[in-house]
Design a protein around this ligand. Sequence first.
Ligand SMILES: *Cc1c(COP(=O)(O)O)cnc(C)c1O
Length: 400
Amino acid sequence: MSDSSRQIATFLAHAGAAPFNPETGVAPVNLPPMRASTVRFRDIAKLEQAQRHRAEGGRPASYGIYGMDTHIALENIFKELEDGEYCALQPSGLASIAMLFLGLLSAGEHALVADCVYGPVHELNNALLKRMGVEITLFPSDAAPGEIEKLIRPNTRLLYVETPGSLLFQMMDIPALAELAARRGLVLATDNTWGSGYIYRPLQLGAHVSVIAGTKYIAGHSDVMLGAVVARDSAIFQRIARTQYAVGNSISADDVWLALRGVRTMPVRMDQHARHAMTVCDFLAARPEVSRLYNPAWPQDPGHALWLRDCSGTNGMLAVSLKFTPAQARRFVESLTLFGIGFSWGGFESLVQLVTPGELARHAYWTEGDLALVRLHIGLEDPRDVIADLTQALETAKKA
Ligand SMILES: *Cc1c(COP(=O)(O)O)cnc(C)c1O
């Protein structure tokens, strides 16, 4: 990567700038959303050149489904963030995961999947992969590599993880898993939505493929669905890219443009989310209603040492188990006034999700039985207001 030595914030402030008009010598700062279905070629030689370039694994703008300059600018940003060589944008984070599985696995093949992955991955398995004759084995996110190795079969091709995990934010040891994958000939892929290439870079730690839901911190404003698959190896990437082309996924230039706009401020947003989240952790850890705090940046978290070793920061995410009855937990969540009740995260606003016992049942890392788990995304609101809101909701819940 030509820009890999630049600090990420500097890179993001300048990447994908609009080129100067060759005649007038002026340019807007931002590349406009370049919408296209048909792409016109000046002559047949240009068309043939684009086709040759694509056949060699290049990235020409030759038809709307691939996207034009706006798409290429965002792809280049994902490559830089993740320190990868290849990027394919996707219509959502879940589509990125689906393309990864569909691209890398054939009928009769098998994948090992950490039990802490994004919930809808289980639906991908039930609704699609099983029907296609692909088999998935879940393993506990805190299993030692030696334990995971025992689950490898002759037809195992993929080791798929998410770290920190969805809901409980447990850290997994990517370098150790990469060593296992290399030794046993598996592809190691990871969901890096949490890190989004800013605070965590799994490809540098040995993963082959990283997927990011750009919907979250990349776009950052709760109004875009987008994803990306990033890889270093051409053969691995081409399997995914060809599958994506075969199913006809296309991403709107307007969405790409919004993501380009959003990602420029990702460092300042994420740093602020992180500061606010750590302030909220200090508050929650001292509250008698809180049983346990889940956040690898929190020094008492079991994943803290791995976080210190492998991550360069944190974000607005955390979870708390509460010594509440189910009714009190509902009352707590519904009493919050600054937190939206809803899925997804990474926008500027605070969000809360009451995790259902059914969702937790899949997670071996969860050891707190019937306690309520609440996941919080701490937004950019003043943390004093956020803490006041949490305080009144905890007090209200206790009266339930
Ligand atoms: C939200 C999320 C996804 C899915 O992204 P969408 O764009 O909503 O489809 C995937 N992985 C993780 C970890 C997520 O949090």
